[in-house]
Design a protein. Structure first.
Length: 83
C-alpha cells in the first residue's frame, strides 16, 4: 500500500485514483498519522457486499439447526432508575 501525504494526494488526485485501481488501497496521512484509505470501487463493492439477507446469513451459520444451544444470562440485579 502506497502512503500519500494529504497535500500530495490533493495535488495528484488523478494519479492516486489510478493507483488505487491498479495497485490496491492507497493510504493518506495528515501530520504523519494515517487518516484515510482510497480504494477502487471494485474493492469497495466487494467489502461492502450486502447481497445476503440476515435470514440467509443465519441459515448458513454453523450453529443453524442445533437444538442444544444454551446462552448464559447475566443474573445480577437490575439497577434502580429514578424518573
Amino acid at each position: 500500500m502506497s502512503i500519500w501525504q494529504i497535500q500530495e494526494a490533493k495535488a495528484q488526485f488523478s494519479e492516486l485514483v489510478k493507483q488505487a485501481q491498479s495497485q490496491g488501497p492507497q493510504e493518506i496521512t495528515l501530520h504523519g498519522r494515517p487518516t484515510a484509505v482510497v480504494v477502487s470501487r471494485e474493492l469497495y463493492d466487494q467489502l461492502a457486499r450486502t447481497d445476503v439477507s440476515l435470514v440467509d446469513f443465519m441459515r448458513n451459520s454453523p450453529l443453524h439447526g442445533l437444538d442444544d444451544l444454551e446462552f448464559e444470562r447475566d443474573t445480577s440485579l437490575t439497577r434502580n432508575v429514578v424518573f
